[in-house]
Design a protein around this ligand. Sequence first.
Ligand code: TYM
Length: 331
Amino acid sequence: METVVSGIRSTGNLHLGNYFGAIRNFVKMQHEHRCFFFIADYHSLTTHPTPGDLHRNVRQVLIEYLAAGIDPNAATLYIQSDVPEVTELYLLLNMNAYKGELERCTSFKEKIRKQPDNVNAGLLTYPVLMAADIIIHKASKVPVGKDQEQHLEMARTFANRFNRLYKTDYFPPPYAFNFDMELVKVPGLDGATKMGKSESEGNAIFLSDDPKAIKKKVMRATTDSGPERPGEEMSQPIENLFNLMRVVSSEDTLNHFLDAFNKATIRYGDLKKQLTEDMISFTKPLRERILELDADNQYLAKVARMGAEKARESAAKTVREVREIIGFKTF
Ligand code: TYM
């Protein structure tokens, strides 16, 4: 049995990228490993949400975790800010995280580009907080999508650096992980290579989208003028549609359309219609559970309480031991 940790930022509703990159793994692993899954609400503060939005988003992610099949009796499901021990470990790790390496991080450079008026220290040290999240439970496996690979590399660096500095093997090095294949990157519908919450309108299919919304987004998805002769290369937007089909449709369906593309007989309207249908049947049961859970505050409160208790116990033990290793002593 290994220890598994992963989190999702509470900055909006979850989409198919989150599901296939991360949650699908969580559900598969929860009964076989010691699993901790959390809602990264401290991380969401880098974009300065209002108190109302902050709470609403945390609640929504909790609902969607449960709707997607996380069993709170099997895995520890908790809200990051319910475990303040994380912030102490974050502070301790910050002492050995260097400006240069943090500035070189791709996600930081991207944020500078996207929000030049809000380049706060929380953004710079975002990977350190992530490392704290992971190693506070001494996790070795971290199920994430491809976009988190570099953050995991940094988490490993910080864990190994701590071990070296204090001549210990206290923290196991954590690795990015995907259950049955390489790390996943689900593309967007707007031609962008990544589905994301903060991308353009229409880029993402949310787990809570109703059939009408899904249809509208898929029908509007970017395409090109179509292959003119057999064997032509695919453009990025078309490759995206096929990659989306790869995650929600059957192999037969995928092969049928691939074949049509290769023979240059494909009609993108047919492909979109099929993709819409398959996305709707995939999300329908999720959406139903989301609506049910949304009406059950008492249950949500119970899950959050139970998760906080279990997560804190594990986190407090680590922080106690780390303090000792560093040399904090009680008189
Ligand atoms: P976040 O909230 O952006 O994404 C949550 C998870 O979903 C995955 N994901 C994707 N996978 C495939 N294709 C996509 N288009 C796609 N979009 C998102 C992400 O890879 C991630 O696994 N920093 C993290 C949250 C976090 C965390 C952690 C994760 C905080 N602390 C500790 C793991 C361990 C984030 O912002 O993910």
